[in-house]
Design a protein around this ligand. Sequence first.
Ligand code: GLC
Length: 591
Amino acid sequence: MSTPTPSSPAPAETTAVTAPGSTAATGPAAAGSDAVELTADPTWWRQAVVYQIYPRSFADGSGDGIGDLRGIISRIPYLRRLGVDAVWLSPFYPSALADGGYDVDDYRDVDPRIGTLEEFDEMSRALHEAGIRLIVDIVPNHSSNRHAWFREALAAGPGSPERERYIFRDGLGEHGELPPADWTSAFGGPAWTQVEDGQWYLHTFAREQPDFNWDHPEVREDFLTTLRFWSDRGVDGFRVDVAQCLAKHLAEDLPSSAELAEMPQDGTHPLVDRDEVHEIYAEWRRVFEEYTPPRTAVAEAWVSSPERRAKYASPRGLGQAFNFDLLTADFEADAFRRIVTDNLRQSATTGSSSTWVLSNHDVVRHATRYGLPPLQGREVKQGAEWIIAGGPEEGIDRELGLRRARAATLFELALPGSAYLYQGEELGLHEVAEIPDEQRQDPAFWRTTAEDRSFDGLGRDGTRVPLPWTREGSSFGFGTDGAHLPQPAWFADVSVEAEDGDPASTLTLYREALRLRRTLQGAEELTWDEEHSTGDVLALVRPGGWTSITNFGDAPVPLPAGEVLLSSAPLEEGPDGAPLLPGATTAWLRR
Ligand code: GLC
């Protein structure tokens, strides 16, 4: 990467957004060195880069087409070279996979198709030796319908103490033949399912995911046991699934779905984001504090405002919460600036650090999103319509999408706080649109009709296709015997093998960005460089003069003075020889 030093004047006006109590990131592995000692620093998570692994689709060590812990262990050198601070594992628990593993049969075991507890321990040790912390997904709102407690509840019958651990109700109508309420589940279809003896149970998600009754002391106690079980095995933190749903207030007469939709989500809504959910997390916090360093947690909390989200990030609760604002935003300077400013302000109020996410296992990959027409505020999941249309090439500008994705990633990685990366984004992967219907796995596909799909698309399988490691071979090196979701032919060119060592590849960009970030990262402070943040351009400055400037538009713009450290696309040269920042590009400078 060239390092020209242009001579335009240094920034003048600045505005600062500072998180109190913030410190520089510390700890993890310098890529390439031998065994690393992880520190007991209780703030390690504040500015960590966390890499999300969807275990079934990362690497398959056993050759059955399903990713597993052996596969993860074999790829630890890759993760280390990438330079991440932590990995977060989506569920690996025994499960019938009605919802990709978010239907848990047993919270304290490993699915035999994925591995064993001994392999888990080996993985945890090996990650730690590589300087990488381990976060696991915990799914407290619902178990699977194969969980021992749910089977006991079915066997014990209406009115039994066993049923109290879930949410059972008699139906309406003369013979209880109608559901207790007309609510719809998050994957479409009714949220209540009738069992053989006539009672109904509530499931916010798929029918195989019965909701727990969090008023029940045994449910509360059991999750504390689970948190300790994994913490004792060396797990450093937890990602808490649908954290806003646990506490519910179900009166005798249930409101209709129309009534629910009218109710404010201000802590008093019967089903979502109730204030008392934080009592649960205060209990969890006490468990986290039993360990050194304290275990961490990040809430997946889809709530009505950043203020409500901040409650989950309280240091007396989970400590951090996902901010998904970038997932729904168009690639646009004003939107990105507003999101960053709002979220830094929010995290400052709790003393937590901000989180940044561009892709995960539930959304269309950001390289694809940014190649599609902007949503401009329309309430549709980005990419959904394109996938429903079969992913037509004429509907997308793939090159522009990837170019913007690389720029957005460098922007994200320059922000104070922690960045959550999703497996495959470091390869610049696009969403796989070409999955035949009969091979789709996501309940969001199987449980919805063509009409309901307009919001959510055809489900989330396209982002969960097993990773390509090599150009050729069975499943592009994912394993030795195929992959559980079909991989397209174009995966060859975006495989790790194809990108490794290529100075222009997205993999090289991520490696270089993470390496630099480690050396540049300071206090959790950000200052907007107003002089250069005009129109389609956003420039931010971090302590020590680390500057990130993004051009969200098309026309090249002058770069501020400074040493260019990295750019997401090659810089251009102006008539006077000074470097220009082309459209859809981010550059990092030291000033
Ligand atoms: C979360 C997960 C998603 C899952 C749902 C139900 O939103 O991210 O994958 O389907 O919870 O557990």
